[in-house]
Design a protein around this ligand. Structure first.
Ligand code: ATP
Ligand code: MG
Length: 361
């Protein structure tokens, strides 16, 4: 199954790694290097704190973050999500390990190089928006360009473009306090996009918003991403959000990765009871997409179904046409696989607990 996903990722062109995180450890405390010995010996996070007075932030994290996709990092409070994303632009230095971006180890960068990297290559969108209260929407949006010393006329033009794209035309001269939370976060997004950075780091960017506004923002992000193809690292503790926007999801617990996979992987094969519990109420027919159950093929029979179509829609299409098979097509309309009605029905059935899951109880 895993190989099938690899193949599918290749078909949709998502295999290039943009950010490689290798054997990353972070220990907080007075003497992290010596505490590392305990960590390597397998001391638990709790014991490290109680017996050795150090906090285990991250333990042996390995992630390949693909170019041009939305990689979600999910976990409960304190699981290490912010610690992890902050390593990507070196707001936090690791105790051990590497962060390689476009084949460059960012830990080897000079202060000057790092500054340029943060300005041009990786933008951050924060949970609390982090807007300047005494600057207008336009000035906040243009901020990254202003510090790059881009001429004012160009900075205004470029900012105006993104202000329009996030739906804030007419609000250019408003101040943050005059805007709703959702509008403020649109400014945060416009500001991050204005510098044309290839990487967007979003730490709980939508978590402070009301549910409806939050769904709106997810839609805006997905629409923009369909066109921009950035490398986005998106942190959330909300499963619905993770499943909706993630091309890939990494789940953290107590500073360790406990599962990595596509939304479909997570829903179809939760690695343990902790994750099974997370996903038990998920609407599987909406989350699972045609591509998650297709058999790769170069030609097929039956109606053409978009690879990203939810199974719910695919099932209704197949049954309304009275057929038991369909062809899966990519964005260009090319056939990339085949699905069977029976496989779709099987996939949306809630999984029974396997005996392997019970070991975690
Ligand atoms: N500067 C610090 N000093 C000591 N411990 C820290 C520091 N920063 C984070 N930690 C600890 O590291 C662990 C991971 O924290 P982190 O903020 O990354 O979690 P999180 O998943 O982002 O949580 P939340 O959902 O609440 O934002 C926690 O146990 C936290 O207490
Ligand atoms: Mg956090």
């Amino acid at each position: 199954m895993v190989d099938a996903y690899k193949l599918i990722e290749k078909v949709v062109g998502m295999t290039d790694t943009k950010i490689k995180i290798k054997n990353l450890y972070k220990v907080f405390g007075a003497d992290p290097k010596s505490a590392m010995e305990q960590v390597r010996n397998g001391v638990s996070k709790q014991d490290l704190l109680e017996k050795h007075s150090h906090v285990l932030g991250l333990r042996d994290i390995n992630i390949d973050i693909p170019e041009k996709g939305i990689s979600v990092i999910m976990g409960l409070s304190g699981s290490g999500k912010s610690t992890l994303i902050r390593h990507i632009n070196r707001l936090i230095e690791p105790t051990e390990g590497q962060v390689v971006i476009d084949d460059i180890d960012i830990l080897g960068m000079s202060i000057e190089e790092l500054r340029a990297f943060r300005r041009n290559k990786a933008s951050m969108v924060f949970q609390k928006f982090a807007l300047f209260p005494h600057r207008t929407v336009m000035q906040n949006t243009a901020y990254g360009l202003t510090i790059q010393k881009i001429a004012e006329k160009e900075a205004i033009e470029r900012s105006q473009h993104w202000i329009e794209r996030v739906g804030l035309s007419g609000f250019e001269n408003h101040y943050p306090a005059q805007l709703s939370g959702g509008m403020q976060q649109r400014v945060g997004l416009a500001r991050a996009l204005t510098t044309d950075a290839e990487i967007l780091l979003m730490d709980e960017a939508f978590s402070a918003l009301d549910p409806l506004i939050r769904t709106d923002m997810q839609g805006i992000l997905l629409d923009l991403q369909a066109e921009l193809n950035k490398t986005i690292v998106f942190i959330t503790h909300d499963l619905d959000e993770a499943l909706r926007i993630g091309d890939g999801i990494t789940i953290l617990r107590d500073g360790e990765i406990i599962q990595q996979g596509s939304p479909q992987d997570i829903v179809m094969k939760p690695a343990d009871d902790y994750i099974a519990d997370f996903i038990k109420d998920v609407n599987r027919s909406r989350v699972l997409q045609v591509r998650s159950i297709m058999v790769p093929a170069e030609s097929g029979i039956g109606p053409h179904l978009d690879q990203n179509m939810p199974l719910e829609d695919a099932l209704s299409r197949l049954s309304s046409e009275g057929v038991s098979e369909g062809s899966v097509v990519d964005q260009a309309g090319k056939v990339i696989g085949q699905i069977a009605l029976a496989a779709a029905v099987e996939a949306i059935r809630r999984p029974e607990r396997s005996s392997q899951d019970l070991q975690y109880r």
